[in-house]
Ligand binder design. Structure first.
Ligand SMILES: Cc1ncc(COP(=O)(O)O)c(C=O)c1O
Length: 386
């Protein structure tokens, strides 16, 4: 059993996908053009945001968003050490300095209190990640940013379709003002800060058949800078105004994504049902902390904690029974070789890296398959206790 199976989705959408590919090949317009513009319009409308800019990848979306803000050498950007490397890599690539603030144990997302403690006169932006599809504590983070005049770039790579919800009862996230909650309530992540970055890597909740990414913003000037930056610093041929990138979304990916976009809400709802089934089946197991189905969460991953040093043995036992799992992430970013020794310890992230295990999840996964996974976990845990 794989950790992700994209085949059922392909089977269901195959005629529409093939027609879309045929349409692009027939048009002979492969880079940007009408197909990409239509996708940008449709995502802007879907997400309720003014501007949507298709780029080559989620990584480029982050890099271009930071460049559009003019962030570079001498600037600090506060982010989480518990994410995919690209989050911090983007900050370093524009010449700025990543400053890591630790996460909340329960949500795996940036802890706003830790962020507040890392502010300096050089801080220019906050870069929260909605990890595993769970919205970050955006109310508290946006209030902090507003108080200190900072930009907020949301890394929504794993969270297309996730929506802001106030901190749930029992969650560790600090509350924000009722007016902030009311302003954000129900809005899609990625559209809450100054700019948002999405990835369409094939395994994402909205996935292309290759690399792809999107930047969204309500600021037309920032949007124009992003459009220039994605295409060698120009909006018109041979009018290069700045150093940019070759980072355009291609029409084949846009056409595939247009077929899939109307189904994302349904798929995300299915992921939440899958998560609820896991949660129920794992609730009684000692030493397992299973994530709750919190409001707005779209479960890109279903990631639990296995306490008491049992993670690797459980993972091995599942592998022996043919059940695929992943460890997202085994090493917090500040401890990766590229940054090693340059940053202070991040105890909550380091503990998480030793305990997390992501289980198979996709919208069409059968309940019987899920129960095979949870029974295998129960067996692995009781074998260890005996
Ligand atoms: C949290 C996070 N940020 C950024 C990225 C980068 O996206 P891409 O792979 O499209 O460059 C990813 C992709 O895996 C991600 O998970």
């Amino acid at each position: 059993m794989p950790i992700l199976d994209l085949e059922p989705q392909y089977r269901a959408l195959r005629p529409a996908l093939q027609a879309a590919l045929e349409r692009v090949c027939g048009s002979q317009q492969f880079i940007l053009g009408e197909e990409v513009e239509a996708f940008e319009d449709e995502t802007a409308q879907y997400l309720g945001v003014a501007q949507s800019i298709g780029v080559n990848s989620g990584t480029d979306a982050l890099v271009i968003a930071l460049r559009a803000l003019g962030i570079g050498p001498g600037d600090e950007v506060i982010t989480t050490p518990f994410s995919f490397f690209a989050t911090a890599e983007a900050i370093s690539l524009v010449g700025a300095t990543p400053v890591f603030a630790d996460i909340e144990a329960e949500s795996f997302n940036l802890d706003p209190r830790q962020v507040a403690a890392r502010l300096t006169p050089r801080t220019r932006a906050l870069l929260p990640v909605h990890l595993f599809g769970r919205p970050s504590a955006m109310g508290a983070l946006l209030e902090l940013a507003e108080r200190h005049g900072l930009a907020v770039v949301e890394d929504a790579a794993q969270a297309f379709g996730a929506r802001y919800a106030p901190p749930c009862v029992g969650c560790a996230a600090p509350a924000c003002a009722p007016a902030t909650q009311a302003r954000l309530q129900g809005r899609y992540v990625g559209t809450l800060g100054t700019l948002g970055a999405f990835s369409f890597y094939p395994s994402k909740n909205l996935g292309a058949y290759g690399d792809g990414g999107l930047i969204v913003t309500n600021d037309p000037q920032l949007a124009e800078r992003c459009r220039k930056l994605r295409s060698h610093g120009s909006l018109a041929p041979y009018r290069n105004e700045m150093l940019g990138y070759n980072s355009r979304l291609d029409a084949l990916q846009a056409a595939i994504l247009r077929v899939k976009l109307p189904f994302v809400a349904e798929w995300n709802a299915a992921r939440r049902r899958v998560a609820a089934t896991y949660r129920q089946a794992l609730a009684e197991l000692p030493g397992v902390v299973a994530p709750a189905v919190t409001p707005g969460h779209v479960f890109h991953q279903y990631t639990l904690r296995l306490l008491d040093g049992r993670r690797d043995a459980v993972r091995q036992s599942l592998a022996e029974q043919g059940i695929g799992t992943m460890v997202y992430y085994p090493t917090p970013i500040h401890q990766l070789p590229v940054y090693a020794g340059r940053f202070p310890p991040q105890p909550v992230s380091e503990a998480a890296a030793g305990e997390v295990l992501s289980l198979p999840i996709w919208p069409e996964i059968a309940e019987s398959v899920q129960l095979r996974v949870t029974s295998a976990i129960a067996r692995a845990l009781s074998a260890r206790r005996r």
